[in-house]
Write a protein that binds this ligand. Structure first.
Ligand SMILES: Nc1ncnc2c1ncn2[C@@H]1O[C@H](COP(=O)(O)OP(=O)(O)OP(=O)(O)O)[C@@H](O)[C@H]1O
Length: 251
């Protein structure tokens, strides 16, 4: 058998340091399928972490597990957010505890305007960013506030999905493939916005197939392969390591 290069030496050290958001030895299954196979990582407050890897590496499953969705089910391990044990919570409780998941399919609610989609997110206290602040961040949403959300362009729907997460009082923003299907110019616009959100102190985890764009944005990166972490380090280390990129990201 070919030995594969070991980039994982950094993977476990992070779990010992206290952090704002900690994932410790998480294992998760879809039914009998063992998909998330002992994941450890930390994210510090205000940091952007890119969760990367090839198709099927387990990125979305990891994000879903830490957001405490029913599938995949965590069978072992702990997830902590600002001293709160997310691993003991269901998804709605994790949402109240500060998880803001923006799923890949964006889930804009049909029949509701842009503004109504945002207002719906604020029905339960505590609320996050005001509508005014969200429209300052996303002027296109302000211009289209009376338009039905599902009739927006793909990029605008992505903006609405992010804005809806921020409309709640969240502590960490989890983005699943936010750039998928978007033109580079729209990716530029969303990247700029995510940088502004970071400047305002938000902690973010981004799962993205477009690894180069995600690494431009991120402070740190974790690379997954078959449900395990094979690299944990800075975004620059990934960009500078051609062997690592070729092996796990095909870039
Ligand atoms: N609902 C499910 N039931 C069973 N297996 C699943 C389910 N969803 C995903 N998987 C499997 O889990 C593995 C990891 O999938 P996941 O979607 O987490 O990968 P990913 O890294 O996000 O890839 P992609 O970028 O292609 O979405 C894959 O082998 C996939 O087939």
């Amino acid at each position: 058998m070919n030995e594969r290069p070991d980039f994982s030496k950094n993977a476990n050290h992070a779990a010992t340091a206290p952090a704002y958001f900690s994932v410790w030895d998480v294992h998760a299954y879809y039914g009998e399928s063992y998909i998330v196979q002992g994941i450890n990582f930390n994210v510090h407050e205000g940091e952007i972490l890119a969760l990367l890897g090839r198709n099927g590496a387990g990125k979305t499953s990891t994000l879903r597990a830490i957001a405490r969705l029913d599938d995949p089910m965590i069978t072992h391990g702990e997830v902590w957010l600002d001293h709160q044990p997310l691993h003991k919570m269901r998804s709605h409780e994790a949402a109240i505890a500060g998880i803001g998941l923006v799923p890949e399919d964006r889930r804009i609610i049909p029949g509701l305007t842009v503004e109504e989609n945002l207002q719906l997110a604020q029905i339960v206290e505590p609320v996050g960013w005001s509508l005014e602040r969200l429209y300052d961040l996303f002027p296109r949403l302000g211009e289209r506030r009376k338009q039905e959300g599902v009739t927006l362009s793909g990029g605008e729907q992505q903006m609405l999905a992010i804005a809806r997460a921020l409309a709640r009082d969240i502590k960490v923003l989890l983005l699943d493939e936010p750039y998928e299907g978007l033109a580079p110019v729209i990716v530029d616009e969303i990247e700029k916005t995510l940088n502004i959100i970071k400047e305002q102190g938000m902690t973010t985890i981004i799962v993205e197939q477009n690894a180069v764009r995600a690494l431009e944005l991120a402070d740190r990166s974790i690379i997954l392969d078959t449900g395990q972490i094979v690299f944990d380090g800075t975004a620059k280390e990934v960009l500078d390591n051609a062997e690592l990129r070729a092996e796990y990201l095909a870039i």
